[in-house]
Write a protein that binds this ligand. Structure first.
Ligand SMILES: CC(C)(COP(=O)(O)OP(=O)(O)OC[C@H]1O[C@@H](n2cnc3c(N)ncnc32)[C@H](O)[C@@H]1OP(=O)(O)O)[C@@H](O)C(=O)NCCC(=O)NCCS
Length: 182
């Protein structure tokens, strides 16, 4: 399958609260190793909050799914800083269409520990949400640990409505309507 063209106008830069220049762009197939290194270097707590498991690295097949996207039903943005002239990943957010609900996508986000609280998660979501809306999704959902207060506060401030998870009392579900004006 040919690699889909990168969506236009989806690369941006911003300054973190501590003044570091960060570039945000769609993830690409060439980011596989970068993504694996990023996940491996997360703290165990951050990794658990993101993946709801104690995995340290992710299997090749999942890594491929994370980096080879159609930029339509599946989308991801990564945040990069220059370190010794090399682009280092410091955050990623993504959505994937639900197979049983074609107008709903599920999102996930994780920021490197040292970069949390710098406005990066907010900037990544400002990229991701309009793309989902423009691709016809009506609802974005996410699942978070019930004790993950930073995440619960974060998504609430973005307009998500929290509810109990239908299957697991340890989780909360967040829902953002995309088809209502913001
Ligand atoms: C939760 C998480 C994604 C937040 O990302 P972050 O980069 O640390 O958060 P930010 O600095 O962008 O965001 C929070 C700030 O943006 C602010 N913000 C949120 N919405 C905003 C808005 N509409 N306008 C302005 N600011 C806003 C928040 O109020 C907060 O401000 P504060 O720092 O002054 O309190 C991050 O901590 C993380 O990676 N956690 C571990 C992984 C995880 O839990 N993932 C969830 C499962 S998918």
């Amino acid at each position: 399958m040919p690699t889909p063209a990168l969506p236009a106008g989806t690369t941006t830069s911003f300054l973190t609260k501590n003044g570091t220049l960060v570039r945000i762009r769609p993830i690409e197939p060439g980011d596989m190793q970068r993504e694996q290194d990023f996940i491996k270097n997360l703290s165990p707590e951050t990794r658990y909050r993101r993946f709801l498991s104690t995995v340290k690295t992710i299997p090749l097949e999942q890594l491929e799914r994370f980096t080879h996207l159609d930029y339509d039903r599946n989308m991801a943005f990564i945040a990069l800083v220059k370190e010794n002239g090399i682009d280092k990943e410091i955050g990623v957010c993504r959505y994937a269409a639900l197979s049983n609900h074609p107008h709903t996508c599920e999102f996930a986000i994780v920021i490197a520990d040292a970069w949390q609280g710098q406005g990066l998660g907010y900037q990544l979501m400002q990229q991701l949400i309009p793309v989902a809306r423009n691709h016809g999704f009506k609802t974005m959902i996410g699942e978070f640990l019930a004790d993950n207060l930073p995440m619960l506060n974060f998504v609430t401030s973005l307009g998500f409505v929290l509810s109990p998870h239908p299957d697991d009392p340890c989780l909360r579900q967040g829902t953002l309507q995309l088809d209502t004006p913001t």
